[in-house]
Design a protein around this ligand. Structure first.
Ligand SMILES: Cc1cc2nc3c(=O)[nH]c(=O)nc-3n(C[C@H](O)[C@H](O)[C@H](O)COP(=O)(O)OP(=O)(O)OC[C@H]3O[C@@H](n4cnc5c(N)ncnc54)[C@H](O)[C@@H]3O)c2cc1C
Length: 154
């Protein structure tokens, strides 16, 4: 929307004055969306009488998961069948230490405290392309200074 107001709406007959990016407010809105969505899942758990155990799980045996609880302590959960749905992690990159400040994954990239002057995006998959698209949203200057590296050609 921001990019559209800056570069597109004027020629369509909509003139808007003094459009500025407020990154802190943008991050706040993003955090509120994430919180709203995750709280929504907690509500559905409660409504459908699903136990929600907050912690880090590891298999103790084929039918038992040991959980290090967020609030401290441990518990274990047994099940005949267990579904593993632990998502995915960014592939580590040899020689690059991810600090989520300067070298970031997509998680750090959507929590930046300021718009970087230049940006290199490693990987040309969906997320990489999305990050390049986001750079345009932040500023045309950054979009011009955004480089995408990818292996071979897709
Ligand atoms: C930047 C970005 C943008 C995206 N945009 C879109 C989009 O627009 N549309 C779309 O459809 N998809 C999008 N995706 C993809 C989407 O987020 C994932 O496909 C989806 O979240 C995968 O769901 P999941 O349940 O498999 O894993 P996740 O959502 O990753 O959930 C896994 C959960 O398991 C937890 N976990 C991991 N290990 C353990 C453990 N040992 N013990 C306990 N818990 C553990 C994690 O903390 C996490 O909460 C995007 C992804 C990224 C990174």
């Amino acid at each position: 929307m921001y990019h559209q107001i800056l570069h597109d709406t004027k020629k369509r007959g909509i003139e808007v004055g003094d459009v500025k990016l407020n990154l802190a407010q943008m991050m706040k809105a993003k955090d509120e969306s994430v919180n709203g969505l995750t709280k929504g899942i907690e509500f559905l758990f409660k409504k459908n009488k699903v136990d929600y155990i907050k912690g880090t799980g590891a298999f103790a045996s084929e039918h038992e998961v040991l959980v290090n609880l967020v609030e401290g302590g441990q518990t274990s959960v047994r099940g005949k069948n267990i579904i593993i749905a632990t998502g995915s992690e960014t592939t580590p990159f040899p020689g690059l230490e991810i600090d989520e400040e300067k070298v970031v994954t997509s998680t750090g990239a959507i929590a930046l405290k300021e718009v970087p002057k230049r940006m290199v995006v490693i990987g040309g998959g969906i997320i990489g392309l999305e990050m390049v698209g986001d750079s345009k949203l932040y500023s045309q200057r950054l979009a011009n200074q955004c480089y995408r590296l990818q292996y071979g050609r897709d």
